[in-house]
Design a protein around this ligand. Structure first.
Ligand SMILES: Nc1ncnc2c1ncn2[C@@H]1O[C@H](COP(=O)(O)OP(=O)(O)OP(=O)(O)O)[C@@H](O)[C@H]1O
Ligand SMILES: [Mg+2]
Length: 260
């Protein structure tokens, strides 16, 4: 088979799939600090896409622009076929129930128990579930998915770093999102706990059939979870490909990511 027909087949396969998230030419600067300078991304249904970039390269800014927490200067953001910038506040809130966001760090509410932390998004997004009188089955289901039902009555201060990360993930799952955005899911965790979280992310993808965007600078995490990767360098999607393709690249900027 010639290279040309290979390319053609690849194009046909890609064109059949609809992106569930599409970012086009995103630009964002803070004063003179140009962070995103024409960033593009497509996340396809059921896919785990990893974004790598060095510290300060704009990964968190990109993900915050994506869900409308930070306003972009220009560019298009399309989520599940909807143009984010054309939505009103209600429509934006509705869309946000479909997009789970695991913040960098865990961001649990310290003064609430684990149960209350999980109930919080249910109360906030009542329209998706109607008024839930008994939240217990939903809370228990989400805690079971992360293997921590036993922690239901604990306070965040009583949890280890890995447990906090799991509870934060359960709080994201409780709204049954179609897309999960992970911002550094393994940072600050020891290698064994990191592996457990990575395993959990894979299980969640197969159990809930979610599509995920995973920001990480953990090469091991990228190797295990990514089906495809994008390197964010100099404000753009500098390189895209599978872990193997990128880690074998001869480009010095790309090679720098895979040196231990
Ligand atoms: N609210 C803000 N106001 C001004 N500058 C900001 C703001 N948020 C981020 N920045 C700047 O944008 C740049 C990118 O920050 P960002 O947090 O996206 O980096 P990152 O790639 O997520 O890094 P890390 O890997 O350390 O989390 C940095 O220079 C940062 O100082
Ligand atoms: Mg960040």
């Amino acid at each position: 088979m010639t290279t040309n027909s290979n390319t053609k087949i690849k194009q046909e396969i890609t064109s059949q799939k609809q992106p569930i998230i599409k970012l086009e030419n995103l630009k964002k600067a803070f004063g003179d600090n140009v962070v995103l300078n024409g960033f593009n991304l497509e996340l396809f249904e059921g896919e785990n896409l990893v974004i790598m970039g060095k510290s300060g390269s704009g990964k968190s800014v990109m993900i915050k622009c994506l869900i409308g927490l930070t306003e972009v200067d220009s560019g298009n953001i399309e989520i599940m076929g909807k143009n984010l910038r054309s939505l009103n506040q209600n429509e934006l809130n509705e869309l946000r129930t479909e997009v789970g966001f695991l913040f960098q760090g865990s961001a649990l509410y310290d003064s609430m128990t684990v149960r209350e932390n999980l109930e919080f998004p249910l109360r906030r997004h009542k329209q998706k579930f109607g008024i839930v009188n008994d939240t217990t089955p939903l809370v228990e289901e989400a805690l079971n998915s992360v293997g921590l039902l036993s922690a239901i009555n604990l306070m965040p201060a009583e949890l280890s770093g890995g447990m906090k990360r799991r509870i934060a993930l359960a709080r994201t799952l409780i709204l049954k999102p179609k897309i999960i955005l992970y911002d550094e899911p393994t940072s600050g965790l020891d290698p064994i706990t990191s592996k457990e979280i990575i395993e959990l992310m894979r299980n969640i993808q197969s159990q809930y059939n979610t599509s995920s965007l995973i920001i990480t600078h953990d090469v091991d995490c990228a190797r295990v979870v990514s089906e495809r990767m994008i390197l964010l360098i100099d404000g753009v999607n500098y390189a895209e490909g599978t872990f193997n393709e990128l880690s074998n690249s001869k480009d010095e900027k790309i090679k720098a990511f895979f040196k231990h």
